[in-house]
Design a protein around this ligand. Structure first.
Ligand code: SD4
Length: 318
């Protein structure tokens, strides 16, 4: 039995490649790294890797993490600049006994020493987005923060190993040095091969308040189905945040368990996710909350195409 589920439609093409490996008895670790690298390399996704939107100072700072649910090895990097594949750097850090999470200059020194590919991650398109946003915030007093497409992925392989990974450029226009939930074990991701794994996307500052990925795995350990666990954690945190703080940021979570069952939930109407298992080809769903549960709908080919067309359309300077 194998399976893989990831946040957003943008993971689809990466999953296509990863699934070929899983079908051939490949490892969940390789599946997650391969698929996330694919997303990192694609220049039109604005919140991951190359083409990711920059911080306030027009610099792209990237966060990524990797967790092996069998050994509990964890590796993470935060606020790293100018490296092509943060997920691979995070995975390599997971193999050490200590120094598993590196930030900023320290992370860059490590990546350089290990021979990871250097790359200027700021694209001309991202610069246009940046300049447009500066104008918009000046003229319309809108919040500068947006960008909500972190790739989070969890996978189960035929050997029963479960792995989780994340990669993001974080929030558009964030402060230099700001780190979200994505590289934080327990918040952005968590994996336990005896149970399952979960990963989140949304407003890191709020996701961290619920340590959501660990919570989902904890509930699955108590016997909850991944779908129910994702719903419970998403809706509970949404409710708590509104009660305590007046509003809740975006929360979206996907999960898989050791039997290859999966789940997804969000407190927003625009969330999509990509999933494949031994009994299901790569499928993209959109999902909406109806009452106290989520209703998943298979995305049509037209929706899938529109998503890409929209992200790849020419961008004009305002
Ligand atoms: C963060 N959670 O840095 C990330 C952003 C995100 O989809 O998920 N974007 O807060």
């Amino acid at each position: 039995m194998w399976g893989i589920i990831a946040t957003w439609r943008m993971a689809k093409e990466g999953l296509d490649v990863a699934v070929a490996g899983l079908q051939e008895n490949g490892s969940a670790g390789d599946a997650v790294e391969t698929a996330i690298k694919y997303v990192e390399d694609f220049p039109f996704y604005k919140s991951v890797g190359y083409g990711g939107l920059p911080n306030e100072e027009m610099e792209v700072e990237l966060d990524a993490a990797y967790m092996d649910g069998t050994t509990f090895d964890v590796g993470a990097i935060a606020a790293i600049k100018d490296f092509a594949n943060p997920i691979s750097i995070a995975r390599s850090l997971s193999l050490f006994k200590v120094n598993n999470m590196l930030v900023g200059v320290g992370a860059e020194k490590y990546a350089h020493r290990m021979g990871f590919e250097r790359k200027n991650m700021l694209t001309d398109r991202a610069k246009i987005h940046y300049r447009n946003r500066v104008k918009e915030t000046q003229e319309m007093e809108i919040s500068p923060y947006s960008g909500h497409d972190t790739v989070g992925m969890v996978s189960l392989d035929c050997q029963g190993n479960i792995v989780a990974g994340t990669s993001t450029s974080g929030l558009f226009m964030k402060k230099a040095g700001r780190v979200g939930d994505s590289p934080i074990i327990g918040s952005g991701l968590y994996a336990d091969s005896h149970v399952g794994a979960a990963t989140a996307t949304g407003l890191g500052e709020d996701l961290m308040k619920g340590v959501v990925s660990y919570e989902v795995v904890r509930l699955m350990k108590q016997g909850m189905h991944p779908q129910q666990a994702c719903e419970r954690v998403t809706f509970d945190l949404d409710r708590e945040l509104i009660a305590r703080r007046g509003k809740a940021g975006d929360i979206s979570i996907v999960a898989i368990n050791k039997d290859g069952e999966w789940g997804a939930a969000a407190n927003i109407d625009t969330f999509s996710f990509s999933v494949a298992t031994e009994s299901q080809p790569v499928t993209v769903y959109t999902t909406k909350r109806v009452g106290d549960s989520m209703v998943h709908e298979k995305a049509s080919q037209a929706w899938l195409d529109d998503y890409l067309t929209d992200r790849m359309k020419p961008l004009e300077e305002k």
